[in-house]
Design a binder for this molecule. Structure first.
Ligand SMILES: NC(=O)c1ccc[n+]([C@@H]2O[C@H](COP(=O)([O-])OP(=O)(O)OC[C@H]3O[C@@H](n4cnc5c(N)ncnc54)[C@H](OP(=O)(O)O)[C@@H]3O)[C@@H](O)[C@H]2O)c1
Length: 267
């Protein structure tokens, strides 16, 4: 199998690394396309055997799958300036947030589109990707794509493309929400006089441990909270402030706003 990555940025390169790590393709069958030459030295250091080109110099694509990993805002420019014709049997996998299959089909004038929404832990093979496919894509073609996606973590096929906007808001953007909360906790630690590096250690290990308790307990989230929050205690004092300020509602409305933005990006 030959794979081309259009947009060798964070996501494009972490996908590439996962494919090579699990030997799903040979390095010489990987083609990385960048906007300009400035990134060539760094990319070729990491992918010495793979082909690297700039977008403008690609006039013919000898590939089975092209993965579009440019920012959604850059897609109109990419679509208008394609110098190559997609061949009938070539598959396109888009990981761009908020751009619908129908739109991609229209601007590329090509039917075989799979749309996926990964997240940043793909870098460690711990991502989660929701994906859906255009009509006309065969089961075996889909399984091939799923095998690739699974090298970056887990993947979930969704029949309804609309739900990908929710996935974008939940797991695509989700790591940033987590960092945001972790950051606030670390800063609270510093304010209470704990050294920043120690505060970081306390918070990160707490999040890791709590995550494993969620996964390994029969209790639901409310019960897990009750286990920590004894009556009249410290946790209860914190939760009281969160509730008085509608923290849960704020988080929820932020996530719904991310979904709205995903829908807007589609235009
Ligand atoms: N980051 C995430 O957590 C995440 C999660 C889910 C989905 N996504 C989606 O993944 C896509 C990529 O995100 P990212 O975080 O990897 O962004 P990124 O690091 O900025 O990568 C995008 C890359 O595309 C390149 N590019 C732009 N125009 C190009 C062109 N005409 N030809 C070739 N390359 C071009 C950019 O080059 P320059 O460096 O020169 O601008 C950049 O290296 C986005 O559509 C995003 O919605 C990202």
């Amino acid at each position: 199998m030959k794979i081309t990555i259009l947009g060798a940025g964070n996501m494009g390169l972490s996908f590439s690394k996962s494919f090579l790590k699990y030997e799903l393709i040979k390095p010489e069958n990987l083609h990385l396309i960048t906007r300009n030459q400035t990134k060539f030295p760094k990319i070729s250091e990491e992918f010495p055997k793979s082909k690297i080109s700039t977008f403008d110099e690609v006039t013919d694509l000898d590939t089975d799958l092209i993965i579009i990993a440019v920012k959604p805002q850059d897609f109109p420019h990419v679509a208008e300036n394609f110098k190559f014709q997609l061949k009938e049997n070539q598959m396109v996998l888009s990981i761009m947030a908020g751009i619908k299959i129908e739109k991609i089909q229209k601007v590329l004038n090509h039917p075989l589109i799979v749309r996926a929404m990964p997240n940043s832990p793909t870098l460690l093979g711990m991502g989660i990707t929701g994906y859906t496919a255009a009509e006309g894509i065969s089961f075996s073609q889909l399984i091939n794509i799923e095998r690739l996606l699974n090298s970056t973590g887990r993947s979930v096929y969704l029949e309804n493309e609309e739900l990908l906007d929710g996935v974008t808001a939940l797991s695509g953007s989700g790591p940033a929400y987590f960092y945001y909360i972790v950051d606030a906790m670390i800063k609270a630690g510093v304010e209470m006089g704990i050294d920043e590096n120690l505060s970081k250690l306390f918070v990160q290990q707490t999040m890791l441990g709590a995550y494993h308790l969620i996964n390994n307990s029969d209790k639901n989230l409310e019960e897990l909270i009750q286990d920590v929050a004894s009556k009249g205690g410290t946790t209860e004092a914190a939760l009281k402030t969160f509730n008085e300020n509608n923290f849960k509602e704020i988080l929820k409305s932020g996530i719904l706003n991310a979904e709205k933005r995903a829908k807007e990006l589609n235009g």
